[in-house]
Design a protein around this ligand. Structure first.
Ligand code: AMP
Length: 308
């Protein structure tokens, strides 16, 4: 079975949406990526760090889904990474109200021996210095390195982030971040500039407006499924990334055509994530539901037209 190594935050989140708010619940980029990638039956392991305040049951829940947590360091005297965000009425934009790095501030990641030769590496959102250290610990260069990041790291650790970007094959970021990273308003130009920084493939996520996949001069567009119920978009980007890399790890095929399918797989899983607060929906999601919605995606985008 092919292996997937995931790096990213495992966190406590406090979320406010127009529909309600939560106090510290389970969150974090690696958590969402793991829950999403678990749907592909791949051997996935997480590298991250939590504090002594992190409930053991959360780690057990990941283990039950066959997500290996040996690489999640526990610092008994420390506090887990905490993020607080508030969504605007359109749910497409949010303000970060707090980012407390806590144990992440001086984290030295250790990649478990069993994952040092993983063929797929998902660098989920966290400190670029940690992402870099993980790349350096791999015994051989993975077949595919995918990077996700956000404005927080562009604002605080720009140079290290550029170093990481240079070493990746695919970057997934949202439209606002693509503009910040490239200094270009047009997403086509932004993607071109970002490709020149390293990654041959650029995925730009546009929330409820879908995602664009760029490679050389080709572009593919995946819609987001129009949903009746959107409750909390937290983790949608990470869930998308987990579905994207989960599909690629399972199929072992990194062609552009298969990446198109991977983008759909990611969009499909992300469409569930937003239906309930935090990780709640992902925790109950069944394989049958995933398949049914894939069919809806197909029907949404398929059409026949005669070209003259
Ligand atoms: P998303 O909605 O996909 O952007 O991801 C939200 C998740 O990212 C939340 O569960 C947060 O815990 C986590 N998060 C927020 N800010 C950061 C950050 N600066 N670095 C890493 N993870 C973060």
């Amino acid at each position: 079975m092919s292996k997937l190594l995931i790096v990213g935050t495992v966190a406590f989140d406090a979320i406010e949406t127009p529909f309600g708010s939560t106090d510290k619940i389970l969150g974090g980029a690696a958590t969402y990526i793991g829950l999403s990638a678990a749907h592909f039956g791949v051997d996935a392991g997480i590298v991250s760090v939590v504090g002594g305040d992190f409930p053991d049951t959360y780690l057990k829940d990941l283990n039950e889904r066959k997500v290996n947590t040996d690489g999640i360091a526990i610092i008994p005297s420390g506090k887990t990474f905490f993020w607080k965000g508030k969504y605007h009425n359109d749910l497409n934009s949010r303000d970060t109200l707090a980012t407390e790095l806590n144990v992440l501030a001086d984290f030295n990641p250790v990649v478990p021996e069993a994952y040092k030769e993983a063929e797929f590496l998902m660098l989920g959102n966290l400190d670029p210095a940690v992402q870099l250290s993980v790349i350096e610990q791999m015994k051989k260069r993975p077949k595919l390195v995918v990077l996700d990041t956000m404005n927080f790291w562009m604002d605080t650790t720009w140079d290290t982030l550029l170093e990481v970007i240079e070493k990746t094959d695919v970057i997934t970021i949202n439209d606002e971040e693509a503009r910040q990273l490239s200094g270009e308003y047009s997403l086509v130009r932004a993607a071109r500039k970002i490709q020149a920084m390293g990654p041959a493939y650029v995925v730009i996520k546009k929330g409820e407006h879908g995602a664009l996949l760029f490679h050389q001069n080709e572009v593919f567009f995946a819609p987001a499924l129009p949903l009746e119920e959107v409750f909390d978009p937290t983790g949608a980007g990470d869930t998308f990334a987990g579905g994207f890399i989960g599909h690629l790890t399972k199929t072992q095929d990194i062609s552009f055509d298969n990446m198109k399918r991977a983008v759909i797989a990611g969009a499909n899983l992300a469409s569930f994530c937003v239906e309930k607060f935090g990780t709640t929906r992902m925790e109950t999601l069944s394989p049958g539901e995933v398949q049914d919605r894939l069919l809806q995606f197909k029907l949404l985008t398929q059409f026949d037209i005669e070209l003259h």
